[in-house]
Design a protein around this ligand. Structure first.
Ligand code: ZN
Ligand code: ZN
Length: 340
């Protein structure tokens, strides 16, 4: 956390970079590969930190801006909800903030190009655990028990039906059952089975509805067979929703600085999740994507053990942050003079 004070302390913006790595063993063998066993920067957050540090260094040597720029170096994006914790610790009270801005490198876009959209750009996510309890028995005497395995399997299939038939087809959602565990050997019907998975949606409303429907479906299926289902949801991140005015400002900055060819307005939303969504629940702002793929190549995807942050995009990322801060406060001053 660092702050560059502006002329008017009531005006402030947050520029945010996440910093954390992932528990992945790096499969690259170049000299800058991770030397920490089992930990690597597979999401490029080290690159995000470098770009924001570069912008801070340059802005500090420039004439004072009309408002303050708060440089947020945020831990715990990869599942730790670090953004939520910083907000709960008083981020916006200690550093008065009118708008928040984030950026993520994106292997699906050419290097140095930018993508953004008004509305949701990343999904709301939750995780679930379903424990199906029947009654254990000898594998050859199923009639003396209550086999939870066929029941758990039918719950997996019904989750796919919920994703396909319980919502408007143009409103995206993913329900993935990613773990299924039951039994320890081949001649015993186990007492219970456990399923785990995740739900991603572009709105909190649909997220809540799908959770309700999964609970109702699984509890109902279990009851129909005389078994029990315990369904537990763990809230992950809200959707990352870009506000209209701030996104228009970012688009203008990108278009003027990098040209129309490198500006991808209205990119499709992604079903990945991002804890910057917590900041956007509290303040207006915009999360943009910066392309990572060199011309004619496909960059390794995020979270892949062969991922490599493309250092060539650092100057563009630094330039974006600087121009955005300048442009934001220039527009802010005009609004203030016109009394808007
Ligand atoms: Zn990540
Ligand atoms: Zn990331």
């Amino acid at each position: 956390m660092a702050s560059l004070p502006g002329a008017n302390p009531a005006w402030g913006i947050v520029l945010r970079a996440d910093m954390d790595a992932l528990p992945i063993h790096e499969a690259n063998d170049f000299t800058h590969a991770s030397c920490a066993h089992g930990i690597m920067h597979a999401c490029g957050h080290d690159g995000h930190t470098v770009m924001l540090l570069g912008a801070a260094r340059i802005l500090m040597g420039m004439p004072q801006l009309p408002g303050s720029v708060h440089f947020v170096f945020q831990p715990g994006e990869e599942g730790g909800a670090g953004a939520r914790k910083m907000i709960d610790d008083g981020l916006f009270e200690q550093y008065p903030t009118e708008a928040v801005f984030g950026m993520h490198n994106w292997p699906g876009l050419p290097a140095g190009h930018f993508g953004l959209r008004v509305g949701p750009i990343m999904a709301a996510g939750s995780r679930f655990r379903i424990t199906v309890t029947g009654k254990g028995a000898h594998a050859a005497q199923p009639h003396l028990g209550l086999d939870p395995i066929p029941l758990a399997c039918s719950m997996v299939l019904h989750c796919q039906t919920i994703a396909a038939r319980h919502k408007d087809p143009v409103d995206p959602a993913v329900i993935s059952v990613c773990m299924i565990h039951a039994g320890d050997t081949d001649n015993v019907i186990p007492d219970s089975a456990e399923l785990r998975g995740t739900i991603r949606t572009l709105s909190s409303e649909l997220q809540q509805k799908l959770q309700r429907d999964i609970r109702q479906m699984c509890e109902g299926l279990a009851a129909a067979h005389g078994a029990q289902a315990e369904v537990t949801f763990f809230q992950y991140y809200p959707a990352t929703i870009n506000t209209r005015a701030e996104t228009a400002l970012c688009e203008a900055v990108i278009r003027e600085t990098f040209g129309d060819e490198r500006t991808h307005a209205d990119v499709p939303a992604n079903m990945t999740s991002e804890d910057f969504g917590f900041m956007l629940e509290e303040r207006p702002g915009t999360y943009v994507l910066i392309g990572n793929a060199n011309a004619g190549t496909t960059a390794q995807s995020l979270h892949n053990p062969k991922y490599d942050f493309n250092d060539d995009i650092i100057p563009a990322g630094v330039q974006y942050w600087i121009t955005l801060a300048q442009h934001y406060f220039r527009t802010r001053q005009q609004k203030s003079v016109s009394g808007a």
